[in-house]
Design a binder for this molecule. Sequence first.
Ligand code: SAJ
Length: 456
Amino acid sequence: MATFIETSRVEIASIPTAASAEQGASLNKLLEKIKQRQARVGVIGLGYVGLPLALEFARSGFRVTGFEVDAERAELANQGRSYIPDVANVALEQALSSRRFRASGDFRELEEMDAVSISVPTPLSKTKDPDLSYVVQAVDQVAERLHRGQLIVLESTTYPGTTEEVVLPRLERGGMRVGEDFFLAFSPERVDPGNARYQTGNIPKVVGGMTPQCQRAAAALYGSFASRLVTVSSARAAEMVKLLENTFRNVNIALANEMGQLCRKFNLDVWEVIEAASSKPFGFMPFYPGPGLGGHCIPIDPVYLTWKAHANGFEPRLIEAAQQINGQMPRLAVERVAEALNDAGKAIRGSRIHILGVSYKPDVADLRESPALDIMRLLAEKHARLSYTDPWAPQLDEPGIALASEPLERLEEKDCAVIVTHHRAFDYARIFREAKLIVDTRNALAGYHDPKIYRL
Ligand code: SAJ
């Protein structure tokens, strides 16, 4: 059962737990160090999750060491130069000047840490299976220096059971026991890149410990900055919470994509239908059709879940159907381009096709899993003459695509413009005026009505 704790009101120590004298001493010493902000905190992985997390811990009074294998990133961080768009230089400089943060590539310093959060990538392997190699490398670094009373928290999104089945055995290899000699928990990262409203400090933090003692330790640590703690009964539950959150999005985006295709069959405007459905003040949340699913979370996280489901003899039919629907959207977008050119008496082959927006979602620079890349590869296979404009992505050096972003100047010279990522920076009135033919996969030209506009 989840317990919601407004950390501003409730002292963490009041979380009930049974502890032996031995465990109690070890745990209470850690709790006291956390309470007095004397605990040394380590964050392994200074990416879009780890760097903001490290600075939140620093802001709440801890001395923080950020462990980063990329020496260039560590150097930039120690110079107060942020490489994460959501982290301002001034925030880094403040943490550095207060001597509450420094980055290090020397993992031996882990032995000085009282608490360590691990926020490293959990991508998919080439065979589309979970790739926990970064997690294992980080955990092995910790295990080598694990000492009595230390708290370890995994934040990387992963399948239910990872903390217990992959992390715990490595940490207990030296003979120490979880909940007695050290503490282990899972707390899913919830960073939403580019979200100005919700940042690490004001997003409720889910925490699930391997034991009640682990739970208390992790709740005390994250209660130092999180406005709201959501404690769940186990690390496995906390892992599943995150997967539900992002699989929920994936499946609902697939529903929106399928509704888009249905509305096309019924000669209806799916955007009008969604907008009207959004007037329902309860029980509905809008999702929108698009050219496919990008990013390092939404397309990936459900695969961690389905992989574990199959490993446990369960067939997640709905989740996999959603993957299939979302996965076909780039091809559908290219079909729409072919249809638009065909109506103009042209073929894709030899046509000058200009892509507007290539990052995976509006107003971010991230290209990971971007459907624009799939669309461009499919068009290149059909011998289109490709170009693109994206103020967030000046250069594309991807397999099969080596292009530089062009200024939006001679759109009228292109045979077809394809709006793939609807950045705010685009001048849509100008795009409408100048483009001969437009495939709008995002309803970016809502309100414009002209036969030259083809929608997804
Ligand atoms: N997309 C659609 N239709 C939609 C929404 C998104 O096609 O209705 C596409 C986007 O264009 C993008 C992909 O799906 O290519 C993912 O978009 P996203 O809005 O889910 O953005 P992400 O990948 O940055 O997801 C993050 C997630 N944050 C974390 O995992 C901590 C997610 O949980 C957030 O809900 C999401 O940001 C957010 O709300 O922006």
